[in-house]
Design a protein around this ligand. Structure first.
Ligand code: GLC
Length: 626
């Protein structure tokens, strides 16, 4: 039997303080198992493991005392991020507030809305101009100079913390920019760095791989390999040609990325969004997605973080069907060993599908097929983000529908949001060959309604937006608001003239935050209706303990138009009713109790419930003492 490295030479790597030692005892074996899966067949495994453990120890020694205290508090309440008062918001630094320092001035706005988790899109040093919105990182230890400095980041993180807001950042770990120091060095012929990426002397292997690979940017960056003239070789580039995929089969890559992550964690980051997580490992003859090694990489990160900085969370950005997605949250014996959060792409895409159809049947059927999430982990529920809505992922979630029926439905949904369907309320644009770009409000019909100055249509658009948020706030997990959606920001029609556009249609919904509109949230127009509608959801949700560690059970009613979500945990029951159609619907009331709708405060009498166009109810049992 192989001797555990723990029991041999690295025992002395612990021995810092009792909290560290205790965590080391628990998590070092997990780290070892995961790393053995990745690098165990290397004769120098022991040295690799020892170096990694030294990096972890060093990170703990350098961790500021305030963060160590936070770690301890969070260890005592490991489900802190699952409490219903948690509400997320995502924003670009420059388009929301100019700089990292500028974000501090927006803390009051975020608090007024009820946000306590802030995801800032990439702000680390990036490749100039063509950088995929910052997703081409030139240095993991420097802030993009026009957005601020590392000191600004530390200051911001600490002010956010004082205000009860956790900071999430993108950890772009699948690739670096082609001007990252590692890429530069390898261009200069340094062989040690060449192994940081996947290089091929000719097209033979790339052509073999291409047979089973998909394409991320089918139109703006077709293919998965890029010719590098300086080297007369091909490099793996899943996304843009200037984003070079890292080679995790090389343990140095893992080590360097771990050090970067721990460095950023010690600046005060609370949550790392693992960008493009499914792509981390390549295997010939497969689509190079969700390979078993991907999960070992995540498990190794998780275990090592649990030793050095246990308050930190990992969030998976894995746009894959739910049967694959749940594995990023750990399943079975791996529960608690992978990410704590993952974007619920299935819910997101199906919400848009149901809204287009005015019918909740398909939505409920698909939701029923989502496998349960491991305890200690949960969904991040959202409707829009900085990316397009990619409908491809839905093709795999047929929920019993025939291939042909389902393909037609996905086609219908895409056409609907691209505004190609006659009578569609939505304004958006086809993105590459599989997605649609557009803001939440424009998808919900606000853009067309405002153009027509049609008050009834404006009202319906507001209702649609709040209906989707009602599901996002009540499904189970943490809700995430995308910058500007709370004030109904429309598509940025000038997008093609914006810096960074680079022919990428996602800039349609990446317009700068309209602070003039935001100021109207105190008035009585659309902005106020939306802002107050979201605030109300935050308030109601915070006092709904029925959502703690619970994922809704879906059902349909009202001739298929009404989605019913049911929660039942130790704190009691909760029913959500949402009518996906623009016409009134009638549904059966939940039996056995008297219920109060938290939106209107009204008690439900009788066994039928009437819902108006896009109507919604948040039903909690009336306390018998009332
Ligand atoms: C993720 C990001 C996306 C980016 C891609 C490559 O999917 O969300 O914006 O283009 O990764 O980094």
């Amino acid at each position: 039997m192989a001797t555990s490295v723990r029991s041999t030479k690295i025992e002395n790597i612990a021995g810092l303080d009792s909290a560290y030692d205790a965590r080391y005892e628990i998590y070092a074996p997990d780290a070892e198992t995961a790393l053995r899966h990745l690098y165990g067949d290397r004769k120098e495994f022991l040295e690799i493991f020892t170096r990694i453990m030294h990096a972890v120890r060093g990170a703990y020694i350098n961790r500021p005392e305030a963060l160590k205290q936070l770690d301890l508090r969070r260890s005592q309440q490991p489900d802190w991020f699952q409490h219903p008062d948690r509400v997320g918001y995502m924003a670009y630094v420059d388009r929301f507030a100019g700089t990292l320092g500028g974000i501090e001035e927006k803390i009051d706005y975020l608090k007024e809305l009820g946000v306590n988790y802030l995801h800032l899109l990439p702000f680390l040093k990036m490749r100039p101009v063509r950088n995929d919105g910052g997703f081409a990182v030139s240095s993991y230890t420097e802030v993009e100079p026009r957005l601020g400095s590392m000191e600004d980041l530390e200051k911001l993180a600490s002010h956010l913390r004082e205000n009860g807001i956790s900071l999430c950042i993108d950890f772009i770990l699948n690739h670096t920019a082609d001007d990252h120091d590692w890429a530069r060095r390898c261009r200069n012929g340094d062989r040690a760095f060449k192994d940081f990426y996947h290089f091929f002397p000719d097209r033979e292997a790339p052509d073999q791989y291409e047979k089973t690979l998909g394409e991320a940017f089918t139109e703006t960056a077709p293919g998965n390999f890029t010719y590098v003239p300086e080297q007369d070789e091909w490099v793996w580039t899943t996304f843009y040609p200037y984003q070079w995929d890292l080679n995790y089969a090389n343990p140095r890559v893992f080590e360097e990325m771990l050090k970067s992550l721990l460095f950023l964690a010690n600046r005060g980051v609370d949550v790392f969004r693992l960008d493009a997580a499914p792509y981390l490992w390549k295997r010939l003859g497969t689509d190079c997605l969700n390979q078993p090694e991907v999960f070992s990489i995540i498990r190794a990160f998780r275990a090592l973080i649990a030793i050095a900085a246990p308050g930190i969370l990992l969030k998976a950005e894995a746009i894959v069907p739910s049967y694959n997605l749940v594995h990023y949250l750990g399943a079975g014996v791996l529960a608690g060993k992978e990410c704590q959060l993952a974007y619920n792409t299935t819910l997101m895409t199906m919400l848009w599908s149901a809204l287009a159809e005015g019918d909740a049947v398909r939505l409920a059927r698909v939701l029923e097929t989502i496998p349960p999430v491991a305890s200690g982990a949960t969904w991040l529920n959202y409707t829009r983000c900085h990316d397009d809505v990619g409908w491809d992922v839905l093709l795999e979630e047929k929920a019993g529908y025939t291939e042909e029926n389902w393909r037609e439905h996905v086609k219908f949904t895409r056409a609907f949001y691209s505004g190609d369907t006659p009578g569609s309320f939505a304004s958006g644009k086809n993105y590459q060959t599989h997605g649609t770009a557009g803001s939440m409000a424009s998808f919900c019909g606000l853009e067309k309604a405002v153009l027509r100055e049609d008050d009834d249509a404006i009202d319906l658009a507001v209702r649609r937006l709040l209906l989707l948020y009602t599901v996002v706030f009540s499904y189970g997990g943490m809700p995430l608001i995308n910058m500007g959606d709370e004030i109904g920001q429309l598509n940025d029609q000038e997008f093609a003239t914006r810096e960074g556009y680079d022919g990428d249609g996602r800039w349609l919904h990446r317009g700068a935050m309209d602070w003039k509109k935001a100021a109207w949230c105190h008035g009585n127009g659309v902005e106020a209706a939306l802002f107050h509608g979201v605030q109300k959801l935050v308030d109601i949700r915070s006092s709904t303990p029925q959502l703690i560690q619970s994922v809704a059970k879906p059902a349909v009613d009202g001739d298929g138009r009404v989605l019913k979500l049911h929660h039942h945990n130790a704190h009691g029951e909760l029913y959500i009713y949402v009518n996906f159609s623009p016409t009134p619907a009638s549904a059966s009331a939940p039996l056995g109790r008297v219920w109060r709708d938290q939106f209107s405060g009204k008690v439900i009498h009788g066994d039928r419930i009437e819902l108006g166009p896009y109507g919604r109810l948040w039903l909690t049992p009336v306390d018998e003492a009332e």
